[in-house]
Design a protein around this ligand. Structure first.
Ligand code: ASP
Length: 337
């Protein structure tokens, strides 16, 4: 899989093989349809489409789709991702269906597919959210293997690099600041310090679902949880309006209940792109322009008619759109700043 960093490198060399298309979401509506964050979404969408394209259930599609990214060692999602500042990979994920059922896990260690554990929380417990040791115990009781606590070679290298200065800079990368050792907020070795895959889908019966999974911020404080496993912040689905998912600086997305805010704007009749933009404006207002320049955030949304859109705080956020086996492409989200 080409991860986001490598893709940007390929693109800057003019070697990009992924298919970017100009944004057409405003005029379009599709059922089925799947959207996911960043360029890793292309591969994830393919797995989701296997289910959606044959009349399957949106919830199954959003789980299967992000499992591809979780299993990838090349992406900053899943057990191959960057650890916290104590050197331990901790994962967060959540899932939500068309009926308002949802499940979430956070601060989960040594489990390869947090998204599937989140689905079990939703389907097999009376709760919405399990964290830490309890989430891991539940996963093991449900038959999920406990993986070895080893860092992937990429994560080990990045962590060792970070340890040289051990500087705590909990700010999400700004993709518009260039990509290399001297870009602000970039890790010294030019690696990204975060990544997430969020996926939302509408199936052929019109049912909406969403999923979100992440290792959170690279080299974060132990126990830190962002927006991604928080229902209403990282993900929200309401069949009467639409579905939305977020990526970027989790603390700021939580402050505005990002995904829920977008869904409420769609309920008021806004197009998904406009709803994402309005929510981003709120984030900008709460954060303040100067501080906002130091972070990144991206939102994507689908309404219950199958219209879609996305918006970024800053340049550099792309999302993957798929509505047919041969229509799986990246869109550069418009930036607010
Ligand atoms: N939202 C994630 C977090 O704050 C990070 C990301 O989207 O990359 O944990």
């Amino acid at each position: 899989m080409i991860n986001r960093r490598r893709f940007v490198q390929y693109a800057s060399l003019g070697l990009g093989s992924l298919n970017f298309q100009s944004f057409r979401g405003k005029a379009e509506a599709h059922k089925p349809l799947v959207l996911s964050t960043w360029d890793a979404g292309i591969e994830a969408n393919k797995a989701a489409w296997q289910i959606l394209g044959s009349g399957g259930y949106a919830l199954d599609a959003v789980e299967a789709g992000v499992r591809v990214t979780e299993a990838s060692q090349n992406c900053c999602v899943g057990l191959g991702a960057n650890p916290d500042r104590d050197g331990i990979v901790t994962l967060d994920a959540c899932i939500m269906d068309e009926a308002g059922n949802c499940g979430s896990v956070a601060f989960l260690e040594r489990i390869k597919h947090p998204i599937s554990v989140a689905r079990r929380v939703m389907e097999k417990t009376p709760h919405v959210m399990l964290v830490g040791e309890g989430a891991q115990q539940f996963a093991v009781a449900e038959g999920f293997p406990l993986e070895k606590p080893d860092l992937s070679p990429d994560a080990k290298r990045a962590y060792e690099n970070w340890l040289k200065k051990s500087e705590y800079k909990p700010a999400i990368n700004r993709e518009n600041q260039g990509h290399g050792p001297f870009a602000p907020n970039m890790l010294d070795n030019g690696e990204w310090n975060h990544d997430t895959i969020g996926m939302i889908a509408i199936d052929s019966k019109g049912r909406l679902s969403g999923s979100c999974t992440t290792s959170g911020m690279g080299f974060k404080m132990r126990g830190r949880i962002g927006d991604s496993p928080i229902i209403g912040a990282g993900l929200f689905v309401d069949q009467d309006a639409g579905a939305a998912v977020a990526t970027g600086q989790g603390e700021d997305i939580i402050r505005i209940c990002g995904a829920h805010t977008i869904v409420e704007f769609m309920r008021q009749g806004m197009h998904p792109e406009q709803a994402c933009k309005k929510a981003m404006e709120r984030l900008l207002k709460v954060k303040g322009i100067e501080k906002a320049k130091a972070i990144q955030a991206g939102f994507i949304a689908i309404n219950n008619k199958g219209e879609y859109g996305g918006y970024a705080l800053q340049k550099g956020f792309s999302f993957a759109v798929c509505h047919a086996a041969d229509k799986n492409f990246l869109v550069n989200a418009k930036p607010l700043i």
